[in-house]
Design a protein around this ligand. Structure first.
Ligand SMILES: [Zn+2]
Length: 295
């Protein structure tokens, strides 16, 4: 089958078609979530995969003119965007667009099997060994090759009145979130949420606990909104695991701190996902992923 396709593609390219009519929709769709990234794609018959060349303006400060251009080459790898040398390790990586379910599931409905899966997922041994999100595209997009390089793109600002540091790429969506939240202050829930806010930390160069992968806080595109008082409520699975052990996933929803639903919806409307919907819940955490939320 692969051989047949390679002959077919070789024939097509010998016809010298410039706009590739065979480019899969999933590639076009993924790239549409990052509209400032210009790209060309060609089928590379030597590895039976789409080779995507990307270019984007290089900004240090979103409010100033671009300082140059940057480029990169990735292979689609069924939705993983890998460099050529990683294609043989493809199965070690998750696909970039996983299903983001934005409804809360009552822990009472978890099956024994699901509980076991969550326990395994939350154990330090499996967190060390499991695969993960391939970060190559994000490393390039956010210039996250090192602490020194990325910090040229990190902006000091405030969010909802709290000092924070964010990546220049999320400046506009995060400011839009802030504007929309302030516009809904007549909603008493939103007012109480704002009044109770302690901090809104975003950029922090660190590794994910017990793994060698970087968290999206290291990219400055995740924001933690923390209340002044938790009053015994759970907010993060890892802290709950320390407090109550292996049953952390069974904490009832009403015993978890939650931002108002309208605030979650506002974040989602600007391309941020909420960590409270994950089984490995992180209710303070919002992360910029327009490719997951469809913004
Ligand atoms: Zn976080």
């Amino acid at each position: 089958m692969k051989f047949f396709f390679s002959i077919l593609f070789a024939l097509i390219f010998s016809l010298n078609i410039s706009a590739n009519p065979f480019l899969p929709n999933e590639i076009k769709e993924f790239m549409s979530f990052y509209p400032d990234v210009k790209y060309t794609a060609d089928y590379d018959i030597s590895v039976f995969d789409w080779k995507i060349e990307m270019k984007a303006d290089l900004f240090f400060d979103r409010t100033a003119k671009p300082a140059g251009e940057k480029s990169a080459v990735f292979y689609w790898a069924d939705g993983r965007l890998l460099p050529k040398e990683e294609l043989s390790n493809k199965d070690n990586y998750w696909v970039l667009r996983y299903k983001y379910t934005n409804t809360l599931r009552d822990p009472k409905t978890y099956t024994e099997e699901e509980i076991e899966q969550m326990k395994t997922f939350g154990s330090s041994e499996s967190r060390k060994n499991m695969g993960g999100t391939p970060m190559f595209f994000f490393d390039w997009l956010y210039s996250a090759q090192s602490k020194i390089i990325i910090e040229e793109h990190i902006i000091r600002t405030t969010f909802l009145g709290k000092p924070t540091r964010i990546h220049e790429r999320i400046w506009t969506p995060l400011k839009n979130v802030e504007k929309k939240i302030k516009e809904s202050l007549l909603n008493p829930e939103v007012k109480a949420f704002l009044d109770s806010l302690k901090s809104a930390d975003a950029y922090h160069w660190r590794e994910i606990a017990e793994t060698s992968r970087k968290s999206f806080h290291s990219y400055g595109i995740a924001v933690d909104v923390l209340p002044k008082k938790l009053a015994g409520r759970a907010i993060y699975w890892g802290w709950e695991k320390e407090r109550s052990g292996d049953k952390w996933m069974l904490v009832p929803l009403e015993k978890r701190w939650m931002p108002p639903e309208s605030v979650i919806k506002i974040f989602e409307s600007e391309g941020f996902i909420w960590g409270g919907y994950w089984a490995i819940f992180d209710n303070m955490h919002f992360e910029y992923h327009p490719e997951l939320i469809g913004k």
